[in-house]
Write a protein that binds this ligand. Structure first.
Ligand code: BJ8
Length: 388
C-alpha cells in the first residue's frame, strides 16, 4: 500500500468552512424572524421542528477549545462531545447555541442527560425522555413523548402544528434520507469512488445548510458526478487499498487524526455505521401509517445507537454492511468515557472477527492531538494485518 494524498473535489468546503458559512446564513435568517431549535441527537424527530416552521440546528461540538471552561463544571473524565458542547454554551462562543430559541435534549447516555440539567440554567432546554428498549410498552411511551414534544413546540412558539404539516415534513425528511443514502451507498462501488473523509465531512457540513431541499439537490448532483467519474475512470480497475468500515461514536471531532490518517496510509473508508453515516438513514418514516406520531415513534426507536439495550440490530446491521460494502477491516471509534459504545464494542468485535473473520481495531480517544502519533502507528500496524 502506498501513502496517498486524499483527492477532494475542487469546490470542497471543509467542515470548518461550512460551519462558518452557516453562521452568516443563520444570522440573516434570524434577522428575518426564523425560529431555531438546537438539538444534540439523531433521536430527536426533526420532522416536528420543520412542522413548527422552525429550523433544526445541530449543537454537538467537535473541537477541544471550550473543554477547559467546561471542566470547571463537569468532570474531566467525561465524553469530549458532551464537554465541548457544554463548554461552547457556557462561554457563549457558539453562534448556533446563541441563535437557538429552544434547546432540545434527550435521555440517551448518562453524561448527556445530566449535562442538560446544567445547560437549562443557560438556556431553556427541553428534554425528551427516551426509553432504552424497543418493546411495545417503550414504543407507546415514546409515542407519548413525541406528542409531548409537539405540544411543547406549540406552547413555546404560540402556534398550532397541523397533522398535514407533520406529514409534509415526513415526506421532505424521507426524501433527504433517501438522497443521503444513495450518496453514502456509493461506497459499495469497488474501487472506492471517493474518500470516506469527503463522505463524512459532507454529511456533517450539511447540517449547516438550512434549506433542506437545496441540500438534497446539492448531494444528488454530487452523487451523479461521483458516479459518472467512477464509470468513466475507475470501473473495471482494481486496487490493493483495503476497504474499511468505521463504526461507533460520532467521529467529526476525530476525523483528521483517524479517517484522514488511515486514508493517507493507503486505505479507503467506504462505510460508516455512525450517526454521521448511514445509521439514521437506514429506515424511513412510514408515510402510509394513519397515526403520524406512531409512525415517527417506530422509526426513531429503531435507531441503532448503543444507548439501546439490547441492541442486536446494530450487530446485525454491521454484519450486513461488511458484506454489502465488501469490507476488509473495521475500525471502531469510542470517545473517551462513552460507556455504552465501549461495552457494546465487545459484541461488535465478536461479529467482525468471529462471524466475518476480518480484522478489527478499537480506538478510544478524545478531541486532543496528544495521541495523534500513537494512533497513526496503530493504524499503520492495523493495515498490515489486512490480507488484501
Ligand atoms: S443516536 S450516537 S447522536 S446518542 S454523548 S453516547 S459519544 S458518551 S453522541 Fe449519539 Fe444520539 Fe446515539 Fe447518535 Fe457516547 Fe458521548 Fe454519550 Fe454520545
Amino acid at each position: 500500500m502506498e501513502k496517498q494524498e486524499i483527492k477532494l473535489p475542487a469546490d470542497f468546503a471543509s467542515y470548518g468552512d461550512a460551519r462558518r458559512a452557516g453562521f452568516l446564513k443563520m444570522k440573516e435568517l434570524k434577522e428575518n424572524g426564523a425560529r431555531v431549535v438546537g438539538m444534540f441527537c439523531s433521536f430527536v424527530p426533526t420532522e416536528l421542528v420543520y412542522a413548527a416552521g422552525a429550523l433544526p440546528v445541530g449543537l454537538c461540538a467537535f473541537t477541544d477549545e471550550p473543554i477547559p471552561a467546561a471542566e470547571a463544571h463537569l468532570p474531566r473524565n467525561l465524553c469530549p462531545l458532551i464537554k465541548a458542547s457544554y463548554g461552547f454554551a457556557l462561554t457563549d462562543t457558539c453562534p448556533y447555541f446563541y441563535f437557538s430559541d429552544l434547546v432540545v435534549g434527550e435521555t440517551t447516555c448518562d453524561g448527556k442527560k445530566k449535562m442538560f440539567e446544567l445547560l437549562d440554567e443557560i438556556k431553556e432546554t427541553y428534554v425528551m425522555q427516551l426509553p432504552h428498549s424497543r418493546d411495545e410498552r417503550s414504543l407507546a411511551f415514546w409515542r407519548g413523548e413525541i406528542v409531548a414534544f409537539k405540544e411543547k413546540l406549540e406552547d413555546f412558539f404560540g402556534i398550532q402544528i397541523t397533522e398535514e404539516a407533520i406529514r409534509q415534513a415526513i415526506r421532505r425528511k424521507n426524501r433527504e434520507r433517501q438522497v443521503m443514502r444513495r450518496y453514502l451507498e456509493l461506497g459499495k462501488l469497488d474501487p472506492a469512488p471517493m474518500s470516506g473523509y469527503e463522505m463524512g465531512t459532507r454529511v456533517d457540513a450539511g447540517s449547516f445548510s438550512f434549506d433542506l431541499d437545496q441540500r438534497c439537490d446539492e448531494v444528488e448532483s454530487r452523487t451523479a458526478e461521483v458516479l459518472a467519474r467512477w464509470e468513466a475512470e475507475l470501473k473495471g480497475t482494481s486496487t490493493d487499498r483495503p476497504r474499511l468500515l468505521v463504526t461507533g461514536c460520532p467521529n467529526a471531532g476525530v476525523r483528521e487524526k483517524i479517517i484522514r490518517a488511515v486514508e493517507e496510509l493507503g486505505a479507503d473508508v467506504v462505510a460508516f455505521d455512525t450517526c454521521n453515516g448511514i445509521r439514521e438513514k437506514v429506515e424511513l418514516v412510514d408515510e402510509s401509517e394513519s397515526d403520524v406520531y406512531m409512525a415517527l415513534a417506530r422509526k426513531y426507536l429503531n435507531i441503532n445507537c448503543s444507548v439501546m439495550s439490547p441492541n442486536e440490530s446494530r450487530r446485525n446491521y454491521v454484519a450486513k454492511m461488511i458484506d454489502e460494502y465488501a469490507v476488509d477491516g473495521v475500525i471502531e471509534i469510542v470517545l473517551q468515557s462513552c460507556h455504552t459504545y465501549d461495552v457494546e464494542a465487545h459484541f461488535i468485535h465478536r461479529v467482525v472477527t468471529e462471524e466475518k473473520g476480518i480484522p478489527y481495531l478499537n480506538i478510544e480517544t478524545d478531541y486532543s492531538q496528544a495521541d495523534k502519533g500513537q494512533i497513526g502507528t496503530r493504524l499503520a500496524a492495523f493495515l498490515e494485518t489486512i490480507d488484501k
